[in-house]
Write a protein that binds this ligand. Structure first.
Ligand SMILES: Nc1nc2c(ncn2[C@@H]2O[C@H](COP(=O)(O)OP(=O)(O)OP(=O)(O)O)[C@@H](O)[C@H]2O)c(=O)[nH]1
Length: 397
């Protein structure tokens, strides 16, 4: 699977990205028409379970020859001092009681730790840190990247100097299945909390941190492959693929990814949607995991009149978390979505979404003969037949 082809697509925002906090709030897209165009700096979120190999990956990137000046931000939490110590720090000041906000690293990169990883906080830090051309944000092992991604994606539409390039998730080949099945590493309290948050009946399949980190990932590194047999590794790959059919997967030891560019860095995962990605996703083994699945809905090219109806379908599932037309359904939550929607007038609409945010751009390449529309959803309960049914009812109305 490949996430390439940014040159082919001219982004035309036909639907602003908006977040809906509550029913009274009217979402607006605020843009300063006088703002000067700036070169936006890509930000990659690096997530993954405790001990999966995040710091090892950052060290690998920071010592590789990529010609970039990278700013690494460590989401400060408990053991961040230890993490800092592990990084390849070339500055002697790093041992002072109060380290400077940024520590210069080997090959011109800089590193800092921050409690607040909101957009404004990071832009502030960047102002102090000087020129750089890439940001890697390492989250804590227990972070839900789905909480962070909308912040950076939304702000990119609001004139930020940062844009979300993608989410890279490290998984530990040896322990990931235990994490997915039992919430291994989440702790009893957290497991109980998640049951209350995500499963109102408390007897459904458990949603673990590992699920959240995998379902939101654009790239997954299955690390520590030296600790498993080829058969065990194959099982891990299949399970992960069944959760997230859109992600690119690579198996690694010591988080080594010789080809960083286009695989970890500069993947543009929130801009590009290729037909190949979606076709690949629809061939997944979608029932290996009881909690999170990838579901593909295919339908014929839309007429221009159906575009608004399709948009209403999206708004209903993402903002109201229900299916249109009172279609009966079990509870669900969408973590990530992508779509490619040909229109009978020759246009192709590209759809991107994370949690309750989405946007639609117009692809430059025209519709091809026989193209069908594809909507890929990743999340809990997204494989229900009701999705197809309510969409076709809505389009036919
Ligand atoms: N056997 C083996 N060990 C590895 C591999 N990759 C990393 N490690 C080791 O696993 C340990 C944890 O790696 P880290 O890179 O610190 O993992 P992390 O995800 O940053 O961990 P936290 O910061 O605790 O969340 C370290 O001792 C690494 O040297 C690997 O592929 N195989």
């Amino acid at each position: 699977m490949d996430i390439e082809g940014s040159d082919d697509e001219v982004p035309v925002l036909v639907e602003p990205k908006v977040a809906v906090q509550d029913d009274d709030e009217v979402p607006t897209l605020v843009q300063d028409p006088n703002a000067l165009p700036t070169t936006k700096v890509p930000l990659t979120i690096v997530t993954g379970y405790l001990g999966a190999g995040k710091t090892t990956l950052l060290n690998y990137i920071l010592t590789a020859q990529h010609g970039k000046k990278i700013a690494v931000i460590l989401n400060e939490f408990g053991d961040s001092i230890d993490i800092e110590k592990q990084l390849t720090v070339s500055d002697s000041n790093s041992t002072t009681a109060k380290p400077p906000p940024f520590v210069p690293l080997a090959n011109g990169c800089i590193c800092c730790s921050a409690k607040d990883v909101g957009v404004a906080a990071i832009e502030n830090l960047m102002d102090q840190g000087g020129l750089f051309d890439y940001i890697l944000l390492e989250t804590t092992g227990l972070a839900d990247p789905g909480n962070l991604a909308p912040t950076f994606w939304l702000d990119d539409g609001l004139g930020s100097t940062i844009f979300l390039d993608g989410i890279v998730t490290l998984v530990d080949a040896k322990n990931v299945l235990k994490s997915l099945d039992e919430g291994y590493g989440d702790g009893e309290e957290e497991v109980e909390k998640r049951r209350h948050e995500h499963d109102h009946d408390h007897d459904g399949p458990l949603l673990t941190t590992a699920h959240l980190q995998i379902s939101h990932a654009d790239v997954i590194l299955i690390n520590k492959t030296d600790l498993v047999t080829p058969e065990e590794l194959e099982k891990v790959v299949e399970r992960i693929r069944s959760i997230n059919g859109l992600t690119r997967i690579k198996t690694t030891t010591k988080s080594e990814v010789p080809q960083l560019e286009g695989f970890i860095l500069d993947i543009n995962a929130y801009a590009d949607v290729t037909a190949d990605d979606l076709t690949f996703a629809s061939k997944g083994h979608s029932h290996l995991d009881a909690t999170i699945t990838t579901s593909t809905i295919s339908f014929p090219a839309l007429t221009p009149e159906q575009v608004d109806k399709f948009d209403l379908f999206l708004r209903t599932i993402l903002w109201e978390e229900t299916l249109p037309n009172d279609t009966p359904h079990e509870s669900f939550e969408v973590h990530r979505l992508k779509g490619r929607i040909p229109i009978t007038d020759g246009r192709v609409l590209l759809l991107q979404g994370v949690r309750n945010l989405y946007d639609i751009n117009e692809a430059k390449d025209p519709v091809r003969e026989g193209d069908e529309a594809k909507l890929v959803l990743i999340g809990r309960g997204v494989g229900q037949e009701g999705f197809r049914k309510s969409l076709s009812q809505m389009l036919a109305s």
